[in-house]
Design a binder for this molecule. Structure first.
Ligand code: PMP
Length: 354
């Protein structure tokens, strides 16, 4: 297509493609790693009690209520916490803030597919490092000159978790660049590297309310790290948009962070259903990784993943499939409720063996 002259100065990017959000009911939605349970009960109370006149006013630009609740939960200073509109926002600000080097940043070739998109939009050079055949990381690959490192742990879409020692090995070998560990799924059985932030000034740990705290729709993510890292991120954030997080979200987030009992119950339930689902998948001949996340990355073996994906969709069951090298034989199945998983397995039984 002919390009107009003005288009030569346009910042052109190939955007990230989010999972489908079907806008009709009666679907079983296991495609975007949402939590099947509602948020903590106190969140509902915030909504019920909310004075809508408060909307006249700008929200607190520091999101202090929320930041303080997170600080208390993780035994940190509020100045060690950055909050954003989903961890996508937090990661995006972190990329913009820390990856200003001419050297390439490093991340695995199979990982969250937003990393290369942010690198492209911010013009950050990057190198994708192949995972081993079992989808694990070789830490030696990350001991080379770089402009920064990003590791999702547990990784997406594989669910594979790296042990804390491996993460520390990588951070320890890279004192000259910022290492971001994306722990979106860590509450479901991974090992958080949060304890390491006191030891390594250049380590940023990113987490989210979207998965283990059932609030994907509210958009809350946060980063934890040294006061220095957090200050640098806030300087960038306040140079773009001070009021990113609305008032209601700040209040709801603070409540969700405070209800430890509900958090534990729902996370434990998801882990239990995940482990039972693995056994069912094995019976159906699926091959899968030992996921420590709220999803299972599984290959149907007897039928193609694409075929199973399409057949499930016909039955109004949504899972995630990527027509991409290396992972095209796999489906990523979010762990739903017992009832949802029962329907999934009935359908799979029919599709695989019927
Ligand atoms: N990191 C990883 C690895 C993810 O899978 C996701 C979810 N798509 C995110 C970050 C972003 O999640 P959110 O913006 O909802 O916090």
């Amino acid at each position: 297509m002919n390009e107009n002259k003005w288009e030569s100065s346009v910042r052109k990017v190939v955007p990230y493609i989010p999972g489908e959000q079907p806008q009709f009911s009666d679907v079983i939605k296991l495609n975007t790693n949402e939590n099947p349970y509602p948020p903590a009960p106190a969140v509902r109370k915030v909504l019920e009690d909310f004075d809508h006149g408060r909307m006249r006013l700008y929200p607190d630009p520091d999101s202090a209520v929320l930041t303080n609740a997170i600080a208390k939960r993780y035994d940190l200073k509020p100045s060690q916490i950055f909050v954003g509109v989903g961890s996508d926002d937090v990661l995006s600000v972190a990329f913009m803030t820390f990856f200003g080097s001419d050297k390439p940043i490093l991340f695995p070739n199979i990982t969250y597919s937003f990393y290369d998109v942010w690198a492209d939009v911010y013009r950050i050079p990057y190198r994708q490092i192949p995972l081993k055949n079992d989808f694990t990381i070789d830490p030696e690959d990350y001991k080379t000159e770089n402009g920064g490192i990003v590791i999702a742990n547990p990784n997406a879409p594989t669910g594979v978790a790296a042990p804390l020692e491996m993460i520390e090995d990588i951070v320890n070998a890279n004192p000259d660049s910022v290492v971001i560990v994306d722990e979106a799924y860590v509450d479901f059985g991974g090992e958080s590297c949060l304890p390491l932030i006191e030891k390594y000034e250049n380590l940023l740990v990113v987490q989210t309310f979207s998965k283990s705290r059932s609030m994907a729709g509210m958009r809350i993510g946060f980063a934890m790290g040294s006061e220095k890292l957090i200050k640098y991120m806030n300087d960038v954030k306040f140079s773009i948009n001070s009021y990113t997080m609305n008032h209601i979200t700040q209040l709801c987030g603070a409540e969700a962070m405070t209800d430890e009992k509900y958090f534990r119950e729902t996370v434990d339930k998801i882990i239990e259903v995940r482990e039972r689902s693995k056994a069912r998948l094995a019976e159906l001949g699926f091959k899968f990784t030992d996921s420590k996340a709220n999803f299972i990355f599984a290959s149907p073996v007897k039928k193609s993943a694409k075929y199973v994906f399409e057949e499930l969709k016909k039955r109004r069951i949504f899972v995630r499939y990527w027509n991409k090298p290396i992972i095209c034989d796999y489906l990523r199945i979010t762990v739903g409720t017992d009832e949802e998983m029962e329907k999934l397995f009935e359908a799979l039984e029919d599709i695989i063996n019927g």
